[in-house]
Design a protein around this ligand. Structure first.
Ligand SMILES: [Zn+2]
Ligand SMILES: [Zn+2]
Length: 885
């Protein structure tokens, strides 16, 4: 039994990470016995690499999964990645740009091929990192949102929703890049502040001579497309304008004054112009009031024919001409400086233009109703519970979901446009002819689906749907979803809606929402702040187990997680403590020729006496009782997602009970004998059980030690990861043993405290008296020897009340009073020595003054006399002290 002196996790973590995969112990089987526990991973972006938020999420998932697996549940953690439309397309485009290639140069198919090549080369970064960090996924069931099976599910859902009338085409305002000629998402739009102006324009009210409304705008050229002005219905200043119209300057078009909340009486004049074709808020207002949408700027950023005299001008030039004309006509009331947040295309820095386009939508109201009901009725439970409020708020105000994106990377929309009759055919497979006119001229829609569309199906598409597979029957609904609050709407809500619609059941029963990982100053981590913790760097430095433990300790539900170097450092010290405990045990096993040992039936082992005629050592009974209590706390805590409590309970038990007390007591026995005594089976069994308790939190260290402990024992499971998880048994609590050891601990702690307080040499052997009129005294007497060795105190026991004295410690609970006379003497001696030092200093000072001729020459006689008097006093005190010492 060899074990390295130093805990070096880098030496064994990669080995077990790979061994777990190779041995197939994380592979689930639909037919396996046991209660089902299943979870699908929130699929990370295929372009991504692991950040500390992933590591937190995966640690919480892994703890839960390993815990269920060890309880014999039929456990599945299904891993995979998301194709992440825009994010991936941008990564590959950037790479192509380095080669001087544009996406359009390759054409759609060529570009898609390059993305797949990129994926084959870099797409498994996350997977490799997850394996390295011990995520106990079933990699044989790994999925990718663009897998053929998942793509089939996407088409099936699209077609069914379309057939049910839940998918339609409609107008939508997009961010358009006039240079790249594409709609771009918010992700690709970079906002920056620029110095600009706010122009105030006077629109005359029709039929009210001399009456104007003043509107303010940062984009005067869009006024050409105004189709209304809005006032707030509650704004008393404009009550006389209800039902009126204004004349749009330059265009001489009569447009209505509408009553709408869009106008804020507190802001500006309280009147706003409404340009439904060029502003997203105005677009919505236009919808509410059925306004015409007049497009005055086109896809190239040029003015359209609808812009009248300005047609054909570039939008920037048009602005100047419009402003000049407005000024000339006396419409321009005021020009103010104004800082404006301008959105630019991330790729070419051109200012984006909001434009109306035709997009595909999902009608979400009917889907949302069932998803709301599922949470109301408790079929989906949010933890912490207050997230359900956020969920409801969003679901009650849900708007139709725009699912089309003008990208090349993603699920192509399964719709074909007939070039002859404009019919749109939605189908699972490409149709040969148009069902309306028989034409063969069919062109597939060029848009792809929003990436959340496919991830919304993730809980069932990954299990084989639309086929009725065994996996689907077994593992759906999944048991738990652990994810971040930022994708509650994007993802969790959509899974709920689509799962209920297509599976007729919720996609998961519990949703645990974890917090953010923050730095020591509780700041959000960001690249610009430079406070980002790279999980791979810190796991290299401290070991994966230590980082996991540090994350878990902070992972209280409903709070953010503060991750500091100190916490990782102390978690590493914790791992090291366990390593050293193992080293001590292994060393002694070796000395007594015991190679490996674990009990045959792990869970049934009870502390035993050997030979049978002797009683079981009380510390053995105690440690098993404490293990039982720790198992109770940890099982309850993990079951309630209170990971921080589980971590604390494990830490307290392993460090402060097993190592600090139990092993210290056992070492005494060992020092007397040589190597293991037969009773040491209890010690090994307790250690083995404690490793199992700790395994979900610190899988590598526990596997490493457990394998060394158990290697060669034939009846054991192949891995600690599938060994039974210790469960609480009421009858295993040994109150008598707990009381006896607690009393012993208190006496030793009292003695140690007295020693420290009196600043005594820790090795100095002391004599003491323990007073008690309680039965506790008898129990302590049994441990006189342990107290002598662990506290360095030889005790005399007196069943009487303690006298009044110094150097006393007492415990209220057991009426124990410890008196260490030597400590008292020592403390007094120390005090006197200190006093003596001070006196010697005073004497030296006085003597120096009295010998100083300058001082003596200047000081009045009575001052000199008083110093002489003081000196005499000091000397007298010193003699007294010396006598006493
Ligand atoms: Zn652009
Ligand atoms: Zn047709």
């Amino acid at each position: 039994m060899q074990i390295e002196k130093v805990y070096e996790p880098q030496r064994f973590e990669p080995h077990w990470a790979q061994w777990w995969i190779d041995s197939g112990i994380f592979r689930a089987a639909a037919k396996a016995p046991g209660k089902v526990f299943s979870l699908v991973i929130p699929p990370p972006n295929v372009t991504g690499s692991l950040h500390i938020g992933h590591m937190l999420e995966h640690t919480e998932i892994d703890v839960t999964i390993r815990w269920h697996r060890m309880q014999g549940d039929n456990t599945l953690w299904l891993p995979g990645t998301d194709h992440a439309g825009i994010a991936t397309q941008m990564v590959v485009e950037r790479k192509l740009a380095e080669e001087g290639i544009q996406r359009r140069d390759l054409g759609r198919e060529g570009f898609e091929k390059r993305v797949w090549e990129w994926k084959a080369q870099y797409g498994d970064t996350i997977k490799r990192q997850m394996i390295r960090l011990g995520a106990s996924c079933d990699w044989s069931r790994e999925r990718f949102t663009l897998d053929p099976g998942l793509s089939r599910a996407v088409r099936e859902v699209f077609v069914q929703l379309y057939e049910k009338g839940l998918i339609y085409r409609g107008e939508y305002m997009v961010n358009w890049c006039p240079r790249c000629h594409t709609a771009i998402s918010d992700l690709e739009t970079a906002h920056s502040d620029i110095a600009s102006h706010m122009w105030h324009l006077r629109y005359p009210v029709v039929g009210m001579e001399g009456r104007f409304v003043v509107v303010a705008t940062t984009r005067p050229e869009t006024m050409l497309g105004d189709t209304a002005v809005a006032i707030n219905p509650k704004d008393e200043r404009y009550r006389d304008l209800h039902g009126r119209t204004v004349m749009l300057p330059l265009m001489n078009r009569e447009i209505p004054i509408i009553l709408d909340e869009l106008a804020d009486p507190e802001f500006g004049t309280g009147v706003v112009k409404v340009t439904p074709a060029h502003d997203p808020n105005d677009f919505e207002a236009g919808r509410r009031h059925n306004l015409a949408k007049i497009q005055v700027i086109d896809e190239n950023g040029k003015m359209t024919a609808a812009a009248g005299a300005y047609a054909g001008l570039d939008r920037a030039e048009a602005r100047q001409r419009v402003l000049a004309d407005l000024e000339a006509q006396g419409v321009l009331a005021k020009t103010e400086d104004y800082t404006l947040s301008l959105g630019r295309c991330d790729r070419c820095k051109t200012a984006v233009e909001p434009l109306i386009s035709t997009q595909w939508f999902v009608k979400t109201k009917p889907l949302a109703e069932r998803a709301i009901e599922a949470v109301e009725k408790g079929r989906i439970v949010f933890i912490p519970a207050n997230w359900s409020k956020t969920y409801f708020e969003w679901m009650y105000n849900i708007r139709d979901w725009c699912i089309s994106r003008q990208l090349w990377w993603g699920h192509r929309i399964p719709a074909w446009h007939c070039q002859e009759c404009r019919e749109i055919v939605v189908a699972r497979e490409a149709p040969k002819t148009c069902p309306r006119c028989g034409s063969e001229e069919l062109v597939q829609d060029t848009d792809v689906l929003d990436t959340w569309f496919s991830s919304g199906l993730w809980p069932f598409s990954t299990l084989g749907w639309p086929d009725q597979t065994e996996d689907l029957a077994t593992y759906y609904p999944t048991s738990l979803m652990i994810t971040g609050f930022d994708i509650l709407f994007f993802w969790v809500a959509r899974m709920a809606m689509l799962g209920l619609e297509f599976m007729g059941d919720v996609p998961f029963r519990h949703v645990y929402i974890h917090g953010l990982v923050r730095d020591a100053e509780r700041q959000k981590m960001s690249k610009t702040k430079g406070n980002v913790v790279d999980p791979l760097v810190v796991t290299d430095k401290y070991g994966t187990d230590a980082v996991r433990m540090a994350l878990l300790q902070g992972a209280a539900p409903g709070t953010d997680i503060v991750l500091t170097e100190e916490r990782m450092e102390s978690s590493r010290a914790f791992a090291n403590k366990i390593w050293n405990a193992a080293r001590f045990l292994f060393l002694n096993m070796e000395r007594s020729g015991v190679e490996t040992w674990v009990p045959d039936k792990l869970e049934e082992f009870r502390p035993q006496a050997d030979p049978v005629s002797l009683s079981v050592p009380v510390e053995d009974r105690w440690i098993f009782s404490r293990l039982n209590s720790c198992a109770e706390q940890v099982n309850r805590a993990i079951g309630q997602y209170r990971y921080h409590e589980a971590a604390q309970a494990l830490w307290q038990f392993f460090w402060h009970e097993f190592c600090d007390w139990y092993l210290e007591l056992k070492k005494l026995e060992f020092q007397e004998g040589s190597g293991l005594t037969p009773g040491w089976r209890n010690t090994l069994a307790a250690f083995e059980k404690a490793l199992r308790l700790l395994h979900p939190a610190m899988p590598f260290l526990t596997e490493e030690l457990w394998q060394r402990l158990a290697a060669g024992s034939g009846k054991r499971p192949a891995s600690i990861a599938i060994a039974p998880y210790p469960q609480y048994r009421k009858e295993a609590t040994d109150f008598a043993a707990e009381r006896e050891i607690e009393i012993l601990q208190q006496v030793i702690t009292m003695a140690r405290t007295l020693r420290t307080e009196s600043k005594l040499d820790p090795k100095l052997a002391l004599e003491g008296v323990l007073y008690s009129r309680n039965t506790a005294l008898e129990l302590v007497q049994r441990h006189a020897e342990a107290i002598r060795k662990l506290a360095g105190v030889t005790l005399e026991f007196k069943a009487e009340a303690a006298p009044k004295a110094k150097a006393i410690k007492s415990t209220a609970e057991f009426d124990l009073v410890l008196h260490l006379p030597k400590a008292q003497e020592e403390a007094q001696r120390k005090r006197m020595e200190k006093e003596r030092e001070q006196l010697a200093k005073n004497i030296a000072n006085s003597e120096r003054q009295l010998k100083d001729p300058t001082f003596l020459g200047r000081a009045p006689a009575h001052v000199v006399e008083s110093i002489r008097q003081k000196l005499a006093d000091y000397e007298a005190q010193l003699r007294k002290l010396d006598d006493a010492l």
